[in-house]
Design a protein around this ligand. Structure first.
Ligand SMILES: Cc1cc2nc3c(=O)[nH]c(=O)nc-3n(C[C@H](O)[C@H](O)[C@H](O)COP(=O)(O)O)c2cc1C
Length: 171
């Protein structure tokens, strides 16, 4: 199985702990290709043909990112607008049909805050509904998301454990 891990972190190599470790761990798995999207497109000028070609190779697509304001960093939204185009991903053609989509997200907040009776008043899975709906609309198969909580205050051992779990999910 070919897996494309598309990482959307504005400072993956300089300001990230969790996503950098996860991306490195993912890169050790056979059949996994990792793309640092912000490094490729720091000015948001996305090469749509190159992205679509990378997607065509994959059987499984992973969108990996830190949660920013209860959603993804901005480049993923721009990427969706540009890359998931009419006539390619939906409408008259469904290039991603049958591929698996997995969200891998790190959240600064701990798990208890993401409950309807918690501080944020919402389940974490509800925040991912736009991505789930996108998967459905483009005929991709929605995989169980991979979530790392408490990502701003995380020990080395917890990062290591998250990486091991991530590698298992990607194998
Ligand atoms: C602009 C910004 C917005 C953030 N918004 C959220 C948020 O809505 N929910 C949350 O749990 N954490 C939030 N965080 C914390 C990040 O998710 C956290 O720092 C990140 O997952 C850590 O991963 P990293 O080490 O790869 O950067 C935010 C951080 C920044 C910089």
């Amino acid at each position: 199985m070919n897996t494309l891990v598309e990482v959307f972190h504005p400072a993956l190599s300089t300001g990230s702990v969790v996503n950098r470790a996860l991306a490195q761990a993912a890169g050790t798995v056979d059949g996994v290709q990792v793309r640092d999207e912000y490094a490729l497109y720091p000015n948001f000028q996305i090469d749509v043909a190159a992205e679509q070609e990378a997607l065509a190779w994959a059987d499984r697509i992973v969108w990996q990112f830190p949660m920013y304001w209860y959603s993804s960093p901005a480049l993923l939204k721009q990427w969706e607008v540009m890359v998931l185009s009419y006539g390619w991903a939906y409408g008259t053609n469904f290039a991603l049909e049958g591929k698996e989509l997995m969200i891998a997200v790190s959240c600064g907040a701990d798990r208890d805050k993401y409950r309807e009776d918690g501080e944020y008043g919402v389940n974490g899975s509800d925040l991912l509904l736009p991505f789930k709906t996108t998967a459905r609309y483009t005929k991709m198969q929605w995989a169980q998301p991979f979530v790392v909580h408490s990502a701003m205050n995380i020990s080395d051992a917890q990062v290591q454990a998250a990486c091991e779990e991530y590698v298992q999910r990607l194998q």
